[in-house]
Design a binder for this molecule. Structure first.
Ligand SMILES: CCCCCCCC(=O)SCCNC(=O)CCNC(=O)[C@H](O)C(C)(C)COP(=O)(O)OP(=O)(O)OC[C@H]1O[C@@H](n2cnc3c(N)ncnc32)[C@H](O)[C@@H]1OP(=O)(O)O
Length: 219
């Protein structure tokens, strides 16, 4: 993985930052749209009209198009960010986006799932909670200087995960061996009831070793 440094204000990056902030606002509005779609009860003709309008908006955005989502980079404030990421990317409507903070023990986040994440009736899809833990575990490994790819993830589902209210997720590195890093973590209610817990094995590809050191202090 190569991690580019975003342009700074001195090198003319403020326009780009302003545009990225606007893209983040659009992505959040699209999340609202997605929830509105899964919850709407409007009549069929209204659904058809909205569909036409959304198709027009889609074409407007396609007027200037990239080949890939926004890639990982060092932001002007020095932090690591991946705005196009499917879990943490502010500019990706598919992302929660997950905000992880580094703690003395590992990493922690307070995810709130949405109705669009429904799996079993009234609760979050197990693939979605696994995806969130996968990313959080990768962040814990990266914060420990061990940026890696998931080699395996073992998930235990203890209780149905609700959407619409803040939960607590944490992860910590438990063991390392060469390029391998093991991470444990969970998603729980604020009172500590464990909903989902998992163990992951992350492997740092040889080509990522230089980036791994660079990213560690910036997660
Ligand atoms: C801050 C950013 C957070 C981002 C988090 C994102 C998390 C993700 O979702 S990543 C996406 C999902 N994962 C992937 O796509 C990974 C796909 N797999 C791969 O790319 C490779 O198989 C990869 C990188 C895991 C390992 O490849 P490589 O570095 O060539 O490993 P290799 O040299 O064969 O093996 C190294 C060691 O790991 C072991 N190993 C490799 N794969 C596995 C596995 N799946 N399970 C257990 N052990 C494994 C090998 O046995 C070997 O062990 P030892 O050194 O003891 O003999």
């Amino acid at each position: 993985m190569t991690v580019e440094t975003a342009a700074t204000e001195e090198t003319g990056g403020s326009d780009r930052e302003s545009r990225l902030a606007a893209l983040g606002v659009l992505a959040e509005q699209v999340r609202e749209l997605m929830d509105a779609v899964v919850l709407t009860d409007v009549a069929e003709d209204e659904i058809a009209r909205v569909t036409e309008e959304v198709a027009v908006l889609t074409e407007r955005l396609r007027a200037a198009r990239r080949d890939t989502p926004l890639q990982p980079e060092i932001a002007p404030d020095g932090s690591f960010r991946h705005l196009g990421n499917a879990v943490a990317g502010d500019c990706n409507p598919y992302a929660l986006p997950l905000k992880a903070e580094v703690t003395p023990d590992g990493v922690r986040a307070e995810p709130t799932f949405r109705p669009m994440h429904e799996g079993p009736p009234n609760s979050v899809h197990g693939g979605v909670t696994a995806m969130i833990l996968d990313h959080l575990f990768g962040t814990a490994a990266a914060a420990a200087g061990r940026l890696g790819m998931t080699a395996s993830l073992t998930v235990r589902y203890r209780r149905p995960t609700p959407y619409g209210r803040p939960l607590v997720a944490d992860a910590a590195v438990t063991r390392t061996e060469g390029r391998k890093t093991w991470v444990d973590g969970r998603i729980a209610t604020p009172d500590g009831t464990v909903l989902v817990e998992a163990t992951g094995l992350f492997i740092t590809p040889t080509a990522w070793l230089p980036a791994s050191e660079e990213v560690a202090d910036r997660v």
